[in-house]
Design a protein around this ligand. Sequence first.
Ligand SMILES: CC(C)(COP(=O)(O)OP(=O)(O)OC[C@H]1O[C@@H](n2cnc3c(N)ncnc32)[C@H](O)[C@@H]1OP(=O)(O)O)[C@@H](O)C(=O)NCCC(=O)NCCS
Length: 284
Amino acid sequence: MMVAPHNSCATTDPLPFDIGAKEIHVWLIESDDTWDAGTAATYRNILSEEEHRKLAGFFFERDRWQYLVAHAALRLLLSAYRPSVRPESWRFKAGTQGRPDIADEASGLTFNLSHTLGGIALAFARGCRLGVDIERPGEEADLDLAETICAADEIRALGSLPQSSQAARFTRLWTLKEAYLKALGTGLSLPANCISFQLSGDDVAGHQILAPDAETDTAWSFYVGTTGQRCKFALAWSDDLRDQTRNVQLIEVPPNRILDAAHHRFAGLAQATLQTAPVSIVTV
Ligand SMILES: CC(C)(COP(=O)(O)OP(=O)(O)OC[C@H]1O[C@@H](n2cnc3c(N)ncnc32)[C@H](O)[C@@H]1OP(=O)(O)O)[C@@H](O)C(=O)NCCC(=O)NCCS
């Protein structure tokens, strides 16, 4: 599997597990969601009691697998970034709208995760707000929902496209909005049609928050991409207005290789480094 983002320079160097202040690491885990007993047994050992309770609550095995891999990967990778904490020892706290963050984290290490059938995305950074959203391969959003999800100018822009490309564009907008709402921590409690993105092709040319209490002193950047297995994902992060540039590293790893990756065994894993530029500033 190879990630093929634009502006990328592929590298096979092992990933240093010390995220610099100007980096974001995005781990992309794709699988067919088939339960693998050996991997599951290892991963179950590091989940918390609460995570075990949630795991037991899923009706479908594929949903259990996805949750197990996502949360085991989160713990394993956090410990790779901070080896003094064992994977099973991480504690999380939830914000008022349910956003999980590391409890008592002094170093500024932050994360966000997203999972769907077929794909998991985990993003890690330091000192910024961060949101990620992944959509399953081949899934396109139902255009009937555009009125609810999109702002008026987005609906106009969608309407100007050939009908054959509208669903793909709408899916892209929705994925970006979710990543952004997750970075804000509001989730969908802030209506998605309060945000308006201006896209140029697949890139974000600008955005506005149309809500009355919108922030004006933060710069937001976005990245949209497609994984090797064709999951679409979006990343949103905030930065200091004076210096928004961050390197985004994408790492694709199969569900049964996360332990290897966390122990620096990178052979056979695909990595790509993106040099990102500042792409958008909040204008209200
Ligand atoms: C956050 C939200 C947009 C997720 O949407 P989704 O596309 O179904 O799910 P994703 O796979 O992309 O993301 C789920 C993950 O995001 C994280 N998450 C949950 N709430 C979050 C929030 N408010 N902000 C950021 N991330 C959040 C969790 O890690 C979650 O994974 P988990 O359930 O396995 O722990 C949606 O659940 C939401 O709007 N929630 C907040 C609003 C709400 O209902 N609040 C209730 C008050 S507690």
